[in-house]
Design a protein around this ligand. Structure first.
Ligand code: ZN
Length: 235
């Protein structure tokens, strides 16, 4: 696409995807409202992520995955004009972490891509998963597939990389826009959620280890220093 205006419009559309919504009246909509209510009430995030008594784990997880996707997609959208082929020619988290893309279509082998390209593929891929009725069934009584949590682990590991890139490469922009607190809360919520249910390997979480550590020390989250290099991971 050579027309710069069209390109911008196109990118905008890609960035601000329509949110996947929960249908009012469904059990999952009620769960979503319940999860939101406990957050709004200022409940400790560590407690807010716990599975409410009597609820199914898969339902609880499904609601959160969709919600995190919507929120993280929006966060990336707010900084995406500063995340370009030029500024971010590789999808990295500082000098020590580089993520390579792999899928079942064009990139069968882990492939180094620019951050915006990687993000585009990542968001597209997640969108396909959460809109797939076989994986995220919306109708009452339709069971989740046996590999549901396996798919969820992959989705969340990939979403985590968006945080890594945004925190390490675009934190100034976040701070400049005054959305530091919002992003930090979203990250904390995400972190406690994946820890509660063991949905991301500890090794994957290493690049942002100092985000929460910094917060405990200083009472505020800070931009981080990347941890030791971890092996390339594309899963
Ligand atoms: Zn970037």
């Amino acid at each position: 696409m050579s027309n710069p205006f069209l390109k911008q419009v196109f990118n905008k559309d890609k960035t601000f995807r329509p949110k996947r919504k929960f249908e009012p009246g469904t059990q999952r909509f009620e769960l979503h409202k319940r999860a939101q209510a406990s957050l709004n009430a200022g409940l400790d995030l560590k407690l807010a992520v716990q599975l409410p008594t009597g609820e199914e784990l898969n339902d609880w997880v499904a609601v959160h995955v969709v919600d995190f996707f919507n929120r993280i997609n929006l966060i990336y959208g707010t900084i995406s004009d500063g995340c370009t082929e030029q500024s971010c020619p590789i999808m990295s988290g500082g000098p020590k972490y580089e993520y390579r893309w792999q899928d079942e279509h064009k990139f069968r082998k882990p492939t180094a891509l620019s951050a915006p390209r990687y993000m585009d593929l990542l968001m597209d891929w997640i969108e396909v998963q959460i809109n797939n009725e076989d994986i995220f069934p919306t109708s009452v009584g339709t069971p989740f597939p046996k590999n549901f949590l396996q798919v969820v682990r992959k989705i969340l590991s990939r979403l985590f990389r968006v945080f890594v890139h945004v925190y390490i490469h675009h934190f100034d922009r976040i701070a400049q826009m005054g959305s530091e607190a919002h992003v930090n809360t979203c990250y904390k919520h995400f972190y406690y959620f994946v820890k509660e249910f063991g949905l991301i390997d500890t090794k994957e979480l290493e690049p942002l280890v100092s985000v929460l550590a910094g917060q405990q020390e200083k009472g505020t989250l800070r931009p981080l220093v990347p941890g030791p290099r971890c092996p390339e991971s594309t899963k």
